[in-house]
Design a protein around this ligand. Structure first.
Ligand SMILES: NC(=O)c1ccc[n+]([C@@H]2O[C@H](COP(=O)([O-])OP(=O)(O)OC[C@H]3O[C@@H](n4cnc5c(N)ncnc54)[C@H](OP(=O)(O)O)[C@@H]3O)[C@@H](O)[C@H]2O)c1
Length: 285
């Protein structure tokens, strides 16, 4: 067990940040969690909640006081708008004596990520997870209301990763020696098609789910109706229709860094099974 350290987690109310918080706590560290609205945030006992906004870096000064490690996101608004304030955030972190920084890579160019990589005053680690297993929660409504998943590109392969494993890699990189200057691609332990994922959820909840393949045009129409801007739709089309090799290649980062096997989609589905069950209907064969 390493010595207890105090870590500031940004994006702490989010899918990944929540897991970074949990994994740090599980390792006995002290966690300060950043949110723009402390009144709405719901953290585990023992977490120190601080209010601040990454788009206004000077609001972070009290949050940075006394921390040895900092977990950063690269966005600061709707549709993951890239932060313009990265260099100032890094400047403040260094001045506060932060020693280690992890960054959750966002997929596109990032001033914040550039500033972190260029900073030889901190031990930085860039976390590059592939598709999150939590994305499957987007199917919950269709599964609960009509036992159906409607998706384009159903044969695409994904090495999707459990968010808890991203949190675990982050927690190790933030608190242990030897991860400075590293970029870690983080995947799950298996390659799955959309059909595999749907079958896994169906098996775990004990009720069949129909998979309906959407055409590309139908998918675009659905994303437009959901209010996604054109650049986001373009990103989704590329990510789903032409998944880059890194997104469909299993690597052993989780095991190497944490000493534990990467969690499977079956484990993830079992943990989230209630989200896929109708509150009124029991499971039927
Ligand atoms: N989904 C995927 O498959 C996937 C795969 C690889 C990488 N990624 C990347 O992962 C990132 C998304 O992470 P996530 O899913 O964990 O995020 P998320 O669940 O959408 O959570 C967003 C978090 O960002 C915080 N936040 C937003 N604007 C902020 C600001 N101005 N100041 C301070 N905090 C702010 C929110 O905090 P409050 O609202 O509490 O203030 C919240 O904690 C993106 O960069 C995405 O590109 C996603």
């Amino acid at each position: 067990m390493t010595q207890t350290q105090k870590i500031l987690v940004t994006g702490a109310t989010g899918t990944v940040g929540r897991q970074v918080v949990a994994e740090l706590l599980a390792r006995g560290h002290s966690v300060r969690a950043l949110t723009r609205d402390a009144a709405k945030a719901d953290f585990p006992a023992g977490v120190e909640v601080v209010q601040g906004d990454l788009t206004e870096p000077d609001t972070l000064m009290p949050a940075l006081d006394g921390v040895t490690g900092l977990h950063l996101i690269t966005f600061g608004g709707p549709y993951f708008a890239p932060l313009e304030t990265g260099p100032r955030i890094l400047q403040l972190a260094r001045a506060a004596g932060v020693r280690r920084v992890t960054v959750l890579h966002g997929g596109g160019p990032s001033l914040l990520e550039d500033a972190v990589r260029a900073d030889d005053g901190v031990e930085w680690t860039v976390l590059m997870p592939v598709e999150f297993m939590a994305n499957a929660l987007e199917w919950a409504d269709g599964i609960v209301t009509s036992d159906e998943v409607r998706e384009p590109f159903v044969a695409r392969l994904s090495a999707m990763v459990h968010e808890g494993d991203i949190g675990a890699v982050a927690a190790v990189a933030l608190t242990e020696e030897g991860h400075g200057g590293q970029e870690y691609v983080i995947t799950g332990p298996e390659l799955l098609t959309v059909a595999d994922k749907v079958a896994t959820i169906a098996a775990v909840r004990g009720r069949e789910i129909a998979l309906v393949e959407l055409t590309e045009e139908q998918a675009v129409e659905r994303w437009r109706a959901a209010g996604h801007p054109d650049d986001v739709i373009g990103f989704l089309l590329e990510a789903y229709g032409n998944t880059p090799e890194v997104g469909r290649t299993v690597v052993d980062t989780v095991e190497k860094i944490t000493g534990r096997s990467a969690r499977t989609f079956g484990q993830w589905a079992a943990e989230h099974v209630e989200a896929f069950k109708s509150p009124s209907a029991g499971a039927t064969p």
